[in-house]
Design a binder for this molecule. Structure first.
Ligand SMILES: Nc1ncnc2c1ncn2[C@@H]1O[C@H](COP(=O)(O)OP(=O)(O)O)[C@@H](O)[C@H]1O
Ligand SMILES: [Mg+2]
Length: 467
């Protein structure tokens, strides 16, 4: 007898996993009859799920459903399968969300380089527009970080993941409360969360927004954590850090805004209202007014192009991709933006959509390539844990792939997990391979750094195909 299945959610079927964090697994979902795609975030229930956990999942759903804004990922529908139905369906909360076809914003950003001021300005403005709306609804996000900032098919920023959010102001009475839970990831968390006193909600998100602006412009977060344990944070507080790279590279006006948002005392920190009136935010934007998705994609990935990362991810040696067969089913993600971003890669079986730029081609066959990658990652000084089956598997698309689970800790002491998939790819009549790295937990920036380190490792490097 077949085991329990995923239910259909208003006609949408779960197709393949595209992400997953602590509690959740995210799938691409397809409504075949209506030719529509979506994402489905599943939080599974087990016998061990506590009442308290159930309440937080319900809260995420309730809060996210109520938020409707251009820069907030759209919540479309939800289905709850209770444990008593576990013989038929996999129990859990199924949240049907708009599919962020452009993938993660920070997957497109060169590590330790960042993006131009123009691009940072555009996305920063979208971020604060979304955050202003969220706060206006009385909600505090509390988990702002690159992993939770996605792009839609037109390249518009979408804030998502309300798993740690909280209502701090009641809409009816206007009554505001202070919050008490300690939460969020250390590199993005505000310093007042180090103490166990209650804290004001809004300044927490302003701090997170400040760290994100720095990360856009510098290509990395400013510190591991905002406490005396971090040497960088100590040098920030003392002011020594401003003469060091990357701080000294950030233009004066943007720096003044960052310092205002990253003010240690929450009472003196800029409010979102102040941020909107800051001269760096108010400056006119050519990029915003031109509304040209192809140009936006070019500008966003300019530094990836310049440092060669884009040439590795999308060598484009196979000629025009437009002619290739699309093996991807209904493709609502085919837009000028996603095409210019080169989110479609050539495989043995035609053109394949993937929201990630962490991929490359090699002149070695799959079994050899995956073995070399594993050997590199397992070196003591790299220290990534790998789990690889002896045989290739047949994936969701019916294609044979070597699939390896990997996980470890990044330079900012954050955990990451993901998959390395290697499939066959004929290159000039010889057997080569296509390697795709899919992250499901951790920072997209460190994921990109790991991808680059694999490509540059001595055993792999000679076999990598470039533009
Ligand atoms: N609507 C979506 N479209 C595309 N990718 C998504 C979508 N929602 C989530 N993801 C991917 O899945 C990851 C985890 O989703 P998220 O909602 O942040 O779950 P968690 O609560 O486990 O962190 C995201 O970082 C992102 O890469
Ligand atoms: Mg998340």
């Amino acid at each position: 007898m077949a085991g329990p299945k995923y239910p259909k959610i208003v006609g949408f079927e779960l197709v393949e996993q595209i992400g997953g964090g602590g509690f959740a697994t995210v799938f691409r979902a397809v409504n075949v009859a209506q030719h529509r795609v979506a994402a489905c975030k599943l939080i599974m229930f087990t016998e061990e799920t506590t009442e308290k956990e159930r309440k937080t999942f319900d809260k995420e759903m309730r809060i996210h459903t109520a938020l409707k804004h251009e820069n907030v990922l759209e919540f479309m529908n939800a289905v709850i399968v209770e444990l008593k139905h576990k013989l038929i369906y996999i129990p859990g909360i199924y949240m049907l969300l708009e599919l962020a076809s452009g993938g993660d914003l920070f997957d497109k950003i060169a590590a330790n380089v960042g993006v131009s001021e123009e691009v940072a300005h555009l996305y920063f403005n979208q971020l604060i527009a979304g955050m202003h709306y969220i706060h206006e609804q009385g909600v505090c996000h509390r988990d702002l970080k690159p992993e939770n900032l996605l792009l839609d098919a037109a390249g518009t920023l979408k804030i998502t993941d309300f798993g740690l959010s909280a209502v701090f102001r009641l809409k009816e009475s206007g009554k505001t409360r202070m919050l008490t839970e300690r939460c969020g990831s250390l590199p993005y968390v505000a310093p007042e969360l180090n103490s166990d006193r209650p804290y004001h909600a809004e300044p927490i998100d302003v701090w997170g927004v400040g760290v994100i602006l720095f990360t856009l412009l510098a290509g990395n977060t400013p510190w591991d954590e905002p406490s005396a344990k971090s040497a960088e944070f100590r040098r920030y507080v003392s002011g020594e850090i401003f003469s060091e790279d990357p701080w000294c590279r950030i233009p004066y006006e943007a720096m003044s805004l960052i310092k205002g948002m990253l003010t240690v005392d929450p009472e003196k920190r800029l409010t979102l209202r102040d941020v909107f009136q800051h001269s760096w935010v108010m400056r006119p934007s050519q990029l915003a007014s031109s509304r040209n998705p192809a140009e936006l994609a070019m500008r966003l990935t300019q530094n990836l192009r310049e440092n060669g990362d884009l040439g590795l991810a999308a060598p484009n040696f196979t000629g025009k991709s437009d002619d290739a067969m699309d093996v991807d089913g209904p493709s609502a993600h085919k837009s000028q933006f996603t095409q210019s971003l080169m989110l479609f890669s050539q495989t043995q079986h035609g053109s394949r959509y993937t929201p990630n730029l962490t991929r490359f081609y090699s002149s070695l066959g799959p079994s050899l390539l995956i073995a070399l990658i594993k050997e590199y990652l397992e070196q003591p000084d790299v220290g990534v844990k790998c789990k690889l089956g002896a045989e290739p598997i047949v994936n969701e698309r019916g294609i044979e792939v070597y699939r390896m689970r990997i996980g470890g800790w990044d330079a900012r002491k954050q955990m990451f997990k993901g998959w390395v998939d290697v499939e066959k790819f004929a290159y000039r009549g010889e057997e080569g391979a296509f390697c795709l790295m899919r992250r499901d937990e951790g920072s997209p920036i460190s994921w990109r750094q790991l991808w680059k380190a694999i490509i540059l490792s001595p055993a792999v490097e000679p076999h990598v195909l470039r533009k």
